[in-house]
Design a protein around this ligand. Structure first.
Ligand code: AHG
Ligand code: MN
Ligand code: MN
Length: 320
């Protein structure tokens, strides 16, 4: 839907949100996150690539960029006046901003996903999940919005508030203007992005990969969750998975600020997301840094993954 007299390419993020009757506070929140991305871009382009000398609760060394990106987002959200609680990949626990839940939102985010790829100049991104009120430990189906910003050859922003998935590009004035509306993905993949070490795949996952390869599906894996999902979304076909592994039954990716927001966006585009047995958006998190295996993308290939994993992967039962 483009405003009369304006080509869709001149529609900026705030106008698009207003045209979709998104309430004022949520519009303000999404635009504040978009604003924060401009400072994150600056830190990626010019910032220190070294290690911050600290580690996050996963025991992963925090890069200076992780910490800086986290600080930029936290500050924006803190000053936005519409946030109740936040949870960041870089924080040990939920950070309370305001005790008042009415008309406010709680935000879970990965400030810089794939940050270790910056020093080899590969694309990285920011992932954001938004719930109404104060509670962040909800199934992902209760999100009111999800978005990501992809810092690649071009900087793009993708969001949904449950009314389709839309992509914006950053112009020379650092404004996000509409590129594509109501993005959809088809039923069957022609590319796959397999995370995790192949020799740690269970028999069911192995058989699944072989079936994809026998169908001639191409392997496309960058190691960055945001560009890998963005490729599935914008090519309109594809399947990404980071499965349960023999030594990691829960896989690697985090439910709250990686899988739930991406599952929300992919489902809004007509795709699916499963942990191999259950819909990602139906999983009730029990802890803020819960991990889950994930198969996300074209509906038919997610369903096929569930055939191989849930019904026939006996290895899985013994691994849990
Ligand atoms: P983060 O940098 O936020 O820790 O996330 C990295 C994740 C995700 O970007 C990607 O899908 C996955 O790590 C890749 O893991 P492997 O290096 O094990 O393939
Ligand atoms: Mn991440
Ligand atoms: Mn991260």
């Amino acid at each position: 839907m483009s405003a009369p007299g304006k080509t869709k390419f001149q529609i900026d993020l705030r106008r698009h949100l207003r045209e979709h009757y998104v309430n004022e506070n949520l519009t303000h929140l999404i635009c504040e996150i978009a604003e924060a991305s401009k400072y994150i871009i600056h830190s990626i382009r010019t910032g220190d690539l070294g290690v911050a000398g600290t580690s996050n609760l996963y025991g992963e060394d925090q890069l200076a960029l992780d910490v800086l990106s986290d600080r930029i987002l936290r500050k924006r959200l803190d000053h936005s006046r519409v946030v109740a609680n936040i949870m960041s990949e870089e924080a040990d626990q939920i950070i309370p901003i305001s005790p008042d839940c009415n008309g406010k939102y709680s935000v879970a985010f990965d400030p810089l996903d794939g940050s270790s790829l910056v020093d080899v100049n590969l694309a990285v991104g920011t992932i954001v999940s938004i719930f109404e009120g104060c509670d962040l430990l909800q199934p992902g189906r209760n999100q009111v919005a999800a978005m990501y910003i992809l810092y690649g050859p071009r900087t793009t922003l993708v969001y949904s508030v449950g009314k389709g998935v839309h992509e914006f590009g950053m112009n020379t004035l650092m404004e996000y203007t509409l590129l594509r509306e109501n993005i959809t993905i088809g039923p069957q993949a022609n590319l796959y992005a397999p995370g995790g070490l192949r020799n740690l795949y269970t028999p069911g996952v192995e058989a699944y990969v072989r079936t994809l390869e026998e169908r001639g599906v191409k392997l496309r894996y960058s190691g960055g969750f945001v560009p890998d999902i963005n490729q599935v979304l914008l090519k309109g076909k594809g399947i990404f998975f980071y499965p349960h592994l023999k030594d990691q039954p829960k896989g690697k990716l985090r439910l709250l600020f990686e899988l739930s927001p991406m599952a929300y966006l992919i489902e809004q585009a007509g795709g699916a997301a499963s942990d191999g047995c259950r819909r990602i958006l139906d999983i009730q998190p029990t802890e803020i840094h819960e991990r889950s295996p994930v198969f996300i993308g074209c509906k038919e290939d997610v369903a096929m993954a569930e055939e191989f994993i849930c019904k026939h992967d006996l290895q899985r039962d013994s691994a849990e």
